[in-house]
Design a protein around this ligand. Structure first.
Ligand SMILES: N[C@@H](CCC(=O)N[C@@H](CS)C(=O)NCC(=O)O)C(=O)O
Length: 221
């Protein structure tokens, strides 16, 4: 049995979306996004106290990119995955892991806007800088979707894969801090992939870590 240890609206949603797209049974264990992740029980699953953590084949895995690669190798080498020998293998790896470049900025913004609840702890400069870095990542996605092939439907030439799931879920989190208004191809792609049942089933059923859809940057004095 596969068990995903999950907090709604975090990177573990990426693993949940992958699992939803696969035809394999799994169970979900959800946690509040708090000190529960520092309990000895949770740290035995994920040594830095992070989600996702996955139990599979009697082993414990952490790191979203590694989990995605492993699940695709095991259960979907040709549909969600692109294995060695595939013409899209290199691009698949690049985009699957690019999600982390985007998510590191979202993590910083989540800390600024959500976790640091007293205004004196927050920095308008960090908020502005990190939101600009998110937009730089959107620019990279926009370029990928528009060149050299106009209006590519997915990140890879060969169709929807776990690379779209990885980057798409990273965009889902990042949109809380930077809109897709200036990135029309990215907005179309995002709408296309998030209409999938696998994404819809990965959305939080109750509270997540965000209590609103968008957190505006603080104006600099
Ligand atoms: N590179 C790791 C990052 C994992 C990570 O930092 N996850 C966040 C949620 S998006 C977390 O668990 N944070 C809890 C904490 O920092 O205490 C991965 O991709 O799995």
């Amino acid at each position: 049995m596969i068990t995903l240890h999950h907090c709604p609206q975090t990177r573990s949603m990426r693993t949940l979306w992958v699992l939803n797209e696969l035809d394999v049974p799994f169970q979900l264990r959800s946690y509040p996004f708090d000190r529960t992740l520092r309990s000895p029980e949770f740290l035995s699953l994920s040594p830095a106290g992070r989600v996702p953590a996955l139990e599979i084949d009697g082993e414990r895995m952490f790191e979203t990119g590694a989990i995605t690669e492993y699940l695709c190798e095991r259960f979907s080498p040709e549909r969600l995955g692109r294995m060695p020998g595939s013409p899209d293998r290199m691009s698949w790896l690049v985009w699957l892991h690019f999600s982390e470049t985007l998510s590191q900025h979202t993590a910083a913004l989540t800390q600024q806007h959500v976790a640091l609840y007293e205004d004196r702890m927050r920095s308008p400069i960090v908020m502005k800088l990190e939101a600009a870095r998110v937009r730089k990542c959107y620019g990279a996605i926009e370029a990928r979707l528009t060149t050299p092939v106009e209006n590519r439907d997915y990140l890879l030439n060969s169709g929807f894969t776990a690379a779209d799931i990885s980057v798409g879920q990273a965009v889902y989190m990042a949109r809380h801090f930077a809109t897709l208004d200036d990135f029309p191809a990215t907005a179309d792609w995002y709408a296309r992939i998030t209409a999938r049942d696998g994404f819809q089933a990965a959305l939080p059923k109750g509270d997540g870590i965000y209590d609103r859809d968008f957190y505006a940057p603080w104006p600099l004095e």
